[in-house]
Write a protein that binds this ligand. Structure first.
Ligand code: AMP
Length: 588
């Protein structure tokens, strides 16, 4: 790899100057792809897309370091679709995307399908746990792009049902996770079965030696893209209170509503990734009683001016916007910046939060992160040299307390006001019948209810960042099945499988008994894959694995035991229904 040509992500100082930010059309994508992106509400490429797409269209191999949330899926999928359109479809697949889990296989497949909508691209996810017959039928009908987990891809290759002779592009997505899950040999086998003339793209969130060696074996003079490295100087970000909340996607609108209720910003801007997100969040927040205004690139100048006038005159308290639409806007009275998603690059974060905390005023930056996005948050902290505090989403009880506080503050203000005399007769009349204290309570109740404070609230689950340093976690030290493969014949000794530096203490881990073993050809990757694919855990959360002839023992974090058991019961491993249970002390 001596001839590598390293390229860097866009200079962060460029962020915000419209002249230097290319559009998707500038990247050389055809009209059918541009129309699909517009329909999805994407306004401009993310830094990784800007860097990667032209290189991939040129046909280069690529080694990219990028985490989830950077927009990497579109970065590799769009050039693949561009190639499909240019070369025309054949009877056999042209693109193969390998991903670690079935969850990701479905997610990537859905994304590729949406990007390739106007090209009529035929996309198929294949993963363990789904009946192979259905996959065979789909493959038989003809497919352009296959998204597969390595184990299932190898199964198909052995059966001769996944034709690879026409493959022009192979993508290894989240390659470090795939290696962590023990798929190294499978990856070598799959890549070995594809034509040597193929283009190979490898994305990984981390770049350990094993990834470099995988790249050396399979990539040809690749370009390097490292989106994690940025040139923003530590301390460049303004001094604002910065916090992040970890929230599953489906609970984000409710969580944001609650956070805003507690923060009670005087004026806030909420950044979203797409136009659709802007529109639907504006509707949700208006339904919650806020005066929210949407601002995005799909609006004409007149509409935008109207919105800005309402914001500047204080007739709107929330502005919900995309980066593109908010570029260049200066709003004096802003107190809060909210990132409804973690920005795809640290530079965008710095740029956004630079809108508050000016001229000695207090500013607050709030970021909503999904559990998978911990790397993006860590990266922002590293680049800015500033701490982002991970906070808990306010509970229903917090919210009630806060609303009581607000009612009390309103009452206090009213008491200080001397215009109360006109109500004197009411109170005096009531005192004939009721105690003064009781009358006060009834009046407070009315005031509280009139403020609309008793909204229906649903519980929002308390989740933590996946793999975040903020919580204990397992690490497989890059060696899945440690204590498993070949050593699994003597289960039962505590601590077998090793307690690595990062490993949970045994009090945090529980061993689960899976009634499936070597006789069913189960490998550590199958167990880790099923757990990572079906639960909120990642491969790294799974601890030591021991596989014996007829059963396996798998360490999982104690607080996830119930989740793992019920998720595994709903799926299959190696085609079998499996009901795990807590390991009994006497053993089976
Ligand atoms: P990924 O890193 O590929 O998992 O993408 C993270 C999220 O960003 C996904 O929800 C994508 O739909 C979204 N996304 C990707 N590219 C863009 C873009 N250029 N503009 C807006 N959203 C995007």
């Amino acid at each position: 790899m001596e001839n590598d040509t390293p390229t860097e992500a866009q200079d962060p100082s460029n962020h915000g100057s419209p002249d230097e930010i290319g559009t998707f059309a500038d990247l050389g994508l055809r009209a059918e792809l541009l129309s699909a992106l517009t329909a999805l509400g994407y306004e401009e490429p993310t830094p990784i897309q800007r860097e990667t797409i032209p290189l991939l269209i040129e046909g280069r191999d690529l080694l990219g370091q990028a985490a989830t949330g950077t927009g990497k899926t579109a970065a590799f999928a769009l050039p693949m679709l561009e190639r499909l359109a240019a070369n025309g479809r054949g009877p056999e697949p042209l693109g193969l995307i390998l991903v670690p889990t079935r969850e990701l296989a479905m997610q990537v497949s859905e994304a590729v399908h949406r990007y390739g909508r106007d090209l009529g691209a035929r996309v198929l996810p294949i993963y363990g746990g789904q009946p192979i017959g259905r996959q065979l039928q789909a493959l038989g009908r003809g497919v352009d792009i296959v998204i597969a987990t390595p184990g299932r891809a190898v199964d198909h290759i052995k059966r001769g049902t996944l034709p690879l002779d026409s493959i022009e592009v192979v993508v290894l997505d989240e390659a470090d996770e795939m290696l962590d899950m023990g798929f190294a040999e499978d990856l070598d086998a799959i890549l070995g079965a594809t034509p040597p003339t193929r283009q190979t793209v490898l994305f990984s969130a981390t770049m350990p030696k094993r990834i470099e060696s995988l790249a050396r074996r399979h990539l040809d003079n690749p370009s390097h893209i490292q989106i994690a490295r940025a040139t923003a100087e530590p301390g460049e970000a303004p001094r604002v209170r910065q916090s992040a909340y970890v929230v599953p996607r489906s609970h984000k609108p409710a969580a944001l509503g609650r956070i805003l209720d507690v923060e009670a910003p005087a004026a806030a801007i909420v950044f979203c990734r797409t136009r659709h997100e802007v529109d639907s969040l504006t509707e949700t927040l208006n339904g919650r009683g806020y005066r929210a205004e949407a601002l995005h690139g799909g609006m004409n100048q007149e509409g935008r001016d109207r919105v800005m006038a309402r914001v500047r005159s204080g007739n709107a308290d929330l502005l919900i916007a995309t980066d593109v639409a908010a570029r260049g806007l200066d709003i004096d009275q802003l107190t809060h910046v909210v990132n409804y998603d973690v920005p795809s690059a640290p530079e965008a974060y710095v740029h956004r939060i630079g809108r508050v905390g000016r001229a000695g005023r207090e500013g607050v930056a709030i970021t909503l992160a999904e559990p998978r996005e911990h790397r993006l948050v860590e990266n922002i902290q590293r680049v800015t040299g500033q701490k982002i505090l991970i906070e808990k989403v306010p509970t229903i009880a917090d919210l009630r307390n806060r609303r009581m506080e607000l009612t009390m503050a309103t009452l206090r203000e009213t008491l200080l006001d001397d215009e109360l005399d006109r109500y004197r007769t009411i109170v005096e009349t009531l005192t004939d019948e009721f105690d003064l204290y009781e009358i006060a309570l009834a009046a407070v109740k009315l005031a509280h209810e009139a403020s609309g404070a008793d909204l229906e609230e649903v519980e929002i689950p308390d989740v933590s960042m996946r793999g975040s340093s903020d919580r204990d976690r397992f690490s497989k030290d890059g060696k899945p099945g440690k204590g498993g493969k070949g050593k699994g014949d003597k289960p039962g000794k505590e601590g077998k499988g090793g307690k690595g530096k990062d490993r949970l203490s045994s009090s945090d881990a529980t061993r689960l008994y899976f009634p499936i073993g070597r006789s069913s050809r189960v490998r550590p990757g199958d167990l880790v894959g099923a757990i990572a694919g079906e639960t909120s855990l990642t491969g790294r959360d799974v601890g030591a694995i021991e596989i014996t002839e007829n059963f396996s023992l798998v360490e999982v974090p104690s607080n996830s035991v119930d989740e793992v058991i019920s998720a595994i019961k709903r799926t299959t491993i190696k085609g079998q229904k499996v009901t795990p249970r807590r390991e009994r002390s006497g053993r089976d």
